[in-house]
Design a protein around this ligand. Structure first.
Ligand code: ADE
Length: 422
């Protein structure tokens, strides 16, 4: 098969991209250790892989790691706005990893890129939002027959895969990397918390101290966003539909109320629910003049943008980079950030490398695990083995210079018994 070339915006950006990739690598010590071992042992030798991820400096270091392990891997964008063009260029030109991604690509180009990755005839796929799995169950169903396993990076993707499994529609094994503790406890919470506010601040330059911030959704991402916004001095209201998560938010000290009420109060709205139309016409109508709305959930459906467009008498694109102004019939202005797509990746650089270190070390090791199963993984959604999580956590602690206690033999015995202590 002829080697694919990739498709990126501007190959002359490659040198700048390489510098940013190397800078991110400084903060990815666990992934570096995996890469060093992969280089020696080649556990992925000859494995054909297609990855559909946000094309960032951190992802580039994951791709280098898979390549060092002997994988023959290609990459395409998992979101039309999250691609870092310099990184895509560096992957193609400096690292020889065919990458199909252009920041701001149209829906047609997005799907063309996805199909180019499938043209690579992968045996293992890696998704951030289940797009490759979707295509391999739909238009490219025939190519799904080659798949021995697929890795999934994000909550939204895992929810879809579980729905496919429940409906008996899933055709190959999937490993839910998102569900590993070394992923969602850190990446979803601390990564999304910091990078979302980074995106909002870069896009708007707003002061968070004293602002009323409405955070929709109190999953791991919402928890991170709410706590970071509070840390910056904002008054934070959480909206939820799940009583347990709402109660957790209450006991974490947040104001909790329905969006119907919160809509009139907020200066800044951030959706992180994984659901659709969390902000819709009835809410836009109540918002104050100058309200800022954005999304950090995987898909651009959390804000009902078609409804916003329909009820606006004027829309001005790019009143500032990543900011579109909608003027409603009532004369009030609403500012939509990053077209309702992931604001942390579109307007900033996504999660910092130090947190992606754990997510991507887990991804690389889960891929090695899947390969070692040699086709024996059953069709279904699988967990990352606990031994991988423990290894990643130990090495991350070590890299941070943090030591922890060891259980004494007596303590181990106590934990394994039920006679003592009553
Ligand atoms: N998802 C969130 N932040 C990311 C990053 N920096 N790289 C890849 N995927 C991400």
């Amino acid at each position: 098969m002829a080697k694919l070339k990739g498709d990126c915006t501007d190959l002359s950006l490659a040198a700048a991209g390489k510098k940013r990739i190397e800078w991110a690598d400084n903060d990815m010590p666990v992934l570096r250790l995996v890469r060093a071992r992969f280089t020696k042992e080649k556990p992925l030798k000859g494995l054909r892989m297609a990855c559909c991820l946000h094309v960032t400096a951190e992802t580039a270091n994951l791709m280098r790691t898979l390549q060092s392990g002997g994988a023959d891997a290609v990459l395409c964008a998992s979101n039309p706005l999250s691609t870092q063009d310099d990184v895509a260029a560096a992957l193609c030109k400096e690292y020889g990893i065919p990458t199909f991604a252009r920041k701001g690509e149209s829906t047609d180009v997005f799907y063309r890129h996805l199909n180019s990755a499938v043209d690579h005839k992968p045996q293992v796929t890696m998704d951030d939002g289940a797009d490759l799995v979707n295509v391999l169950h739909g238009a490219r169903r025939r190519d799904g027959a080659n798949i021995i396993a697929s890795m999934e990076e994000t909550t939204t993707g895992v929810i879809r895969l579980r729905a496919m499994e429940a409906a008996g529609a899933l055709r190959f094994p999937v490993i839910a990397v998102n569900d590993a503790l070394t992923k969602h406890l850190f990446d979803n919470r601390h990564g999304t918390g910091q990078s979302t506010l980074d995106g909002v601040i870069r896009a708007t330059d707003m002061l968070l101290a004293g602002a009323h911030v409405i955070v929709s959704g109190y999953g791991w991402c919402g928890r991170g966003v709410a706590s970071r916004a509070r840390g910056m001095g904002a008054l934070v209201t959480v909206t939820e539909s799940d009583p347990l998560k709402a109660l957790e938010a209450v006991m974490d000290g947040f104001d909790v109320r329905p969006m119907d009420e919160a809509a009139a109060m907020g200066h800044l709205f951030i959706t992180v629910t994984g659901n659709k139309h969390v902000l819709r016409a009835e809410h836009f109508r109540r918002m104050r003049d100058g309200a800022i709305i954005c999304n950090s959930g995987h898909f651009d459906v959390e804000i009902d943008i078609p409804a916003l467009r329909k009820m606006s008498k004027k829309v001005t694109r790019n009143v500032r980079n990543h900011v579109d102004q909608y003027v409603l019939g009532n004369g009030r202005r609403i500012f939509l950030l990053a077209e309702g797509r992931l604001v942390n990746l579109a307007a900033a650089e996504g999660h910092p490398a130090s947190v992606m270190d754990m997510s991507f070390a887990t991804q690389a090791l889960a891929t090695e695990y899947a390969r070692r199963q040699n086709g024996k993984l059953a069709v279904g959604v699988h967990k990352v083995p606990a031994s991988i999580e423990e290894w990643v956590a130990r090495l991350k602690l070590e890299s941070l210079g943090v030591k922890i206690d060891k259980l004494t033999p007596d303590q181990k015995k106590y934990l394994a018994s039920f006679e003592e202590g009553t």
